[in-house]
Write a protein that binds this ligand. Structure first.
Ligand code: SF4
Ligand code: SF4
Ligand code: FES
Length: 650
């Protein structure tokens, strides 16, 4: 058998790192477009076509990227610069139970939630308070989960307040979620829908009994762009855009804009580095674009210095903050326009401008924030409510400003499952989700995001910013599977007959059937981690890449010879069975100074998942031991289990 190797040479190669959900995402597109516009030859490695199998750094700058196509042919792509797209890690620091199947990674939880057959009711805990954690927590609340708690595990909250964080937090709290700061101690599975999660906060040890615990970092701040080693032209760009196109339904506007700005800045850096003989006008354009992109990137975390966190007196906004809110130029001027108007309560300097883009009359100008001009042009606002539905953070309402007492109309967005009817009483809540009273529903406006028009007492129009559905509507636990259900098929798991969901991946099905192992829960979903190996009708397969069909016989294998996949250890690297304590001891005894040395000596991050589980906790551990790892990129992916035999790869 001959080994077919094809060679190619490019200026820039953009590579999808392990576990990257979307490729090419917005960042990869921006990079490719800008580099190509500067006359550079660009290649993409990722998606359904070429899969990156490894990278050999060249002396000085650049590297050779080794990729495999669907026919098993190898491609050796020489590149002067390489950009690897990396998924942000959502793993916490290890604690007893953090490697068990009781802790779901955010991407897995999102997939299970989307599929809709998996219950997060009545209460779930999210470990992490970043934008994506809060967004997922809000979705759970909107779907009817009655209690969702977000736990911040690291004290330096400010460092993780990404652009748009305040609006996400406000939406989460309006929906009734709670956010606390605590340290996880242990997580134990007590039953199929019962976990015991011990956490410690300033008041002592709390015992929580959620049905799910979701790990949703980031647990430390990241610049999103790395070059390692410095001057090598080998970069990593963090993927924060949720999808390839702006038309995505689950739009994470901030993540999208952030990735795009970072990619633009990186593209200009690459162009400047690779094109030494750029004409002067072109060089000027590159410098200008770089400056602009850097300025926009700086603006994303600008709110860290002055976050909008209103003070409260009891359930009411403090007088000073209430006055500041009313005098903000995005909220309607008192008494001057006695009709419903949009109230744009968005104070942060964030990249999201959805409301401005959709307003048909051009009544919103977000660039006016912090200037003399007004954000809301009341005369132009027709109270059509389009901006209310478009705001991903629920920061806009329609209100009727009226001096004096009486009842006024207030229109709020509604993303929950409950269907409102005129006349029903809704529970009004403030910006922190505390109950203020009840209000009668006047009208319900259908749409992708519904709107509910309420009649509220005038003194509540500036306080009420959310509603709750009547209690009886909260979601019930799903009924147990039955043989008559056409959505289910019969399979055999470990010789036992089970009815499982049809049209689902095996990793999901195993999880739901209670056979889940830690590797199934990891579900990198693209098969890159290789941890969910399973025997299907006698043939070895990956559970996350195989779909259910009737009568299939499934045989589970131990996840890993060394760790056994027991799921009970608090190991830093479960693939290799290395504990955090062991790594610390080795660093101190051997006086290790670099991430590479730690990886080589301890074996951590060298297992089957290529560090998908342990690399970020390792990075945090290294930083705590005084070894700089913030720019470190592990370029070994996924060399470890790759066999150089075409057509025989498992
Ligand atoms: S309510 Fe309609 S007109 Fe008024 S600001 Fe919003 S989108 Fe523009
Ligand atoms: S849609 Fe408008 S109000 Fe809502 S978060 Fe974006 S910029 Fe702010
Ligand atoms: S956990 Fe898989 S390599 Fe460390």
């Amino acid at each position: 058998m001959t080994l077919s190797v094809r060679d190619g040479a490019f200026d820039v190669v953009i590579v999808a790192g392990p576990g990257v959900a979307v490729f090419p995402s917005e960042g990869a597109r921006v990079l490719a477009r800008e580099c190509a516009a500067a006359g550079l030859r660009v290649a993409w490695v990722g998606g359904d076509w070429l899969q990156a199998r490894g990278l050999i750094p060249l002396p000085g700058t650049g590297a050779v990227v080794v990729a495999e196509d669907p026919q098993g042919r190898l491609h050796r792509l020489q590149a002067r610069a390489v950009v690897r797209m990396a998924r942000p890690s959502t793993r916490p620091d290890p604690f007893p139970g953090s490697c068990s199947d009781a802790l779901l990674e955010l991407s897995v939880a999102q997939e299970l939630f989307r599929e809709g057959a998996f219950s997060f009711s009545p209460s779930s805990v999210i470990l992490g308070t970043g934008n994506s954690a809060l967004r997922f927590a809000s979705k759970l609340l909107e779907s009817g989960v009655s209690e969702v708690l977000c736990i911040e595990t690291h004290a330096d909250w400010g460092a993780k307040r990404y652009a748009g964080w305040e609006v996400e937090r406000r939406r989460f709290e309006v929906l009734g979620g709670k956010l606390i700061e605590a340290r996880p101690l242990t997580l134990i599975r007590k039953g199929p829908l019962k976990l015991e999660f011990r956490v410690e906060d300033e008041r002592g040890i709390r015992i929580l009994e959620p049905v799910r615990v979701v790990s949703a970092g980031p647990f430390s701040a990241s610049s999103g762009v790395r070059e390692y080693p410095p001057g090598s032209s080998l970069y990593e760009l963090e993927q924060t855009a949720p999808a390839a196109s702006v038309a995505s339904q689950d739009l994470d506007v901030e993540g999208f804009v952030l990735e795009s700005d970072r990619a633009l800045a990186l593209a200009m850096r690459v162009v400047r580095g690779l094109c030494a003989d750029l004409p002067s006008e072109e060089r000027e354009r590159v410098e200008k674009t770089l400056k602009k992109a850097r300025f926009r990137m700086k603006r994303h975390p600008a709110h860290r210095e002055a976050p909008y966190s209103p003070a409260y007196q009891g359930k009411w906004l403090s007088h000073a903050d209430s006055t500041a809110l009313r005098s903000f130029s995005g909220t309607p001027r008192l008494g001057e326009f006695p009709r419903p108007l949009a109230s744009i309560e968005c104070f942060e300097e964030i990249g999201c401008r959805e409301c401005q883009k959709v307003c048909p009359t051009g009544a919103i100008d977000l660039s006016a924030r912090g200037s003399e001009k007004r954000v809301l042009n009341e005369a132009a606002c027709t109270a059509c409510g389009i901006c209310v539905s478009s705001c991903p953070s629920g920061a806009i309402s329609l209100l009727e400003e009226r001096e004096g007492g009486g009842m006024v109309r207030l229109t709020l967005p509604w993303r929950g499952k409950y269907r409102w009817k005129p006349g029903v009483l809704a529970t009004l809540v403030n910006r922190r989700g505390e109950t203020l009273g009840s209000a009668r529903v006047l009208a319900w406006i259908d749409g992708p995001v519904e709107q509910v028009q309420l009649e509220v007492p005038a003194h509540l129009q500036w306080e009420a910013r959310g509603i709750r559905a009547p209690k009886s509507t909260t979601e019930a636990l799903p009924s147990s599977p039955s043989a008559e259900d056409p959505q289910r098929v019969e399979v055999s798991i470990q010789g036992e007959k089970r009815w499982v969901r049809a049209k689902a991946r095996l990793s999901t099905v195993l999880f739901e059937a209670g056979y889940n192992r830690e590797g199934d829960a990891l579900a990198c979903s693209d098969g890159s981690c290789g941890r969910c190996g399973i025997e299907v009708d006698g043939v070895k397969r990956l559970a996350c890449q195989t779909w259910v069909h009737p009568k299939m016989a499934l045989k589970l294998q131990a996840l890993d010879a060394r760790s056994g996949g027991s799921g009970s250890k608090d190991e830093l690297c479960p693939c290799e069975g290395v504990s955090a304590e062991k790594v610390r001891q080795t660093i101190q005894q051997a006086k290790l100074q670099s991430p590479e040395a730690v990886v080589a000596v301890t074996g951590v991050a060298s297992g089957r998942c290529h560090g998908a589980l342990c690399q970020e906790p390792l990075r945090r551990l290294l930083e705590s031991e005084g070894i700089s790892a913030s720019d470190w990129i592990d370029w070994r992916f996924p060399w470890t289990d790759w066999k150089l035999v075409p057509g025989k790869r498992e």
